[in-house]
Design a protein around this ligand. Sequence first.
Ligand SMILES: [Zn+2]
Ligand SMILES: [Zn+2]
Length: 145
Amino acid sequence: MTAPHTGGCRCGAVRFEASAEPHHISYCHCSDCRRASGAPVSAFVGFMADQIALDGKALTTFENGPVTRSFCGICGSPIAYVDERLSNHIYFMLGAMDMPAYFRPTLHAHVREQLPFLHMPDDLPRHLRTSVPRPSSSNPGGTQS
Ligand SMILES: [Zn+2]
Ligand SMILES: [Zn+2]
């Protein structure tokens, strides 16, 4: 399968399309993603923002420091996050993709915060904190994958 890659929320009010392959696919175990998703672990597919078309009329956002998360204002599905320190990057929830099985994660981030009963026996690299260095990260406990 090749680009474009499409996705959206569960009610269909938010739709997006990426015209290129993702640059990043990861699991995130941080507590901020856990709160935002409600799930014990999250997974993200990262694209360049200028390769994305997003029909965002129904999109609602929540800012937490440098990170802005978006979700459908109608059905509540989490959609994506952007980090102002990572210009031109956008990270979609893997579960928001139309073909989620295509996007196999390549690493785990924030395993320091992984839940003790969650066992994921793979050989992927495990990062104690973030896997994407921020240019001037002053938030080491942070919210990023
Ligand atoms: Zn929706
Ligand atoms: Zn996270």
